[in-house]
Design a protein around this ligand. Structure first.
Ligand SMILES: CC(C)(COP(=O)(O)OP(=O)(O)OC[C@H]1O[C@@H](n2cnc3c(N)ncnc32)[C@H](O)[C@@H]1OP(=O)(O)O)[C@@H](O)C(=O)NCCC(=O)NCCS
Length: 136
């Protein structure tokens, strides 16, 4: 049975998922620190097997970032991503109680924009804002 829970994922599960979706893995201590500094996260399990994940990072009142939305390929197209986004957006609504103008960003991978548009996200270029930028 598929269930979604609010939890802190283990480093091994996180690396398992990033690998499954094609992003590779990172050193244990790098992931551990990132997860320790995560504001909120949800994991999706089929029985006890991890199949999906998403997290929010940010300062809780002015800026939030939705990160690492992952669904293992075998479960794609079964609304698992939707469940993850809905849970994260419920949490965003809670943060909005402190500052209703909180701004929630995400960096969509190329080709995934349509998925996020379903939840009201707009590409910055069509919203009278500059392009999103990143430093590698
Ligand atoms: C992107 C991802 C999270 C979507 O998860 P999912 O569980 O397959 O999506 P859902 O089944 O909840 O799809 C919800 C809707 O979005 C649409 N959708 C999903 N992925 C899409 C895509 N890449 N492009 C356009 N539409 C997409 C679905 O068709 C569905 O539409 P519907 O509501 O009209 O039926 C998943 O494909 C994934 O983990 N990909 C690999 C990792 C990744 O790229 N993450 C995103 C980083 S920004």
């Amino acid at each position: 049975m598929i269930k979604i829970v609010e939890n802190k994922i283990s480093v091994d599960d996180f690396n398992y998922l990033t690998d499954k979706v094609g992003w590779g893995t990172r050193e244990f201590k790098v992931v551990e620190e990132a997860l320790n500094n995560t504001l909120y996260s949800v994991s999706v399990y089929d029985d006890n097997k991890i199949i999906g994940y998403g997290r929010i990072i940010g300062d809780k009142t002015i800026f939030l970032y939705i990160q690492d939305i992952m669904v293992v390929p075998e479960y794609k197209g079964q609304k698992v991503g939707t469940k993850i986004m809905n849970e994260l957006l419920k949490k965003v609504d809670e943060y909005k109680k402190v500052n209703s103008n909180i701004r929630t960003y995400l960096g969509a991978s190329k080709g995934k924009e349509k998925f996020y548009e379903k939840f009201g996200f707009k590409t910055r270029s069509s919203a009278d804002l500059g392009e999103g930028m990143v430093l590698f």
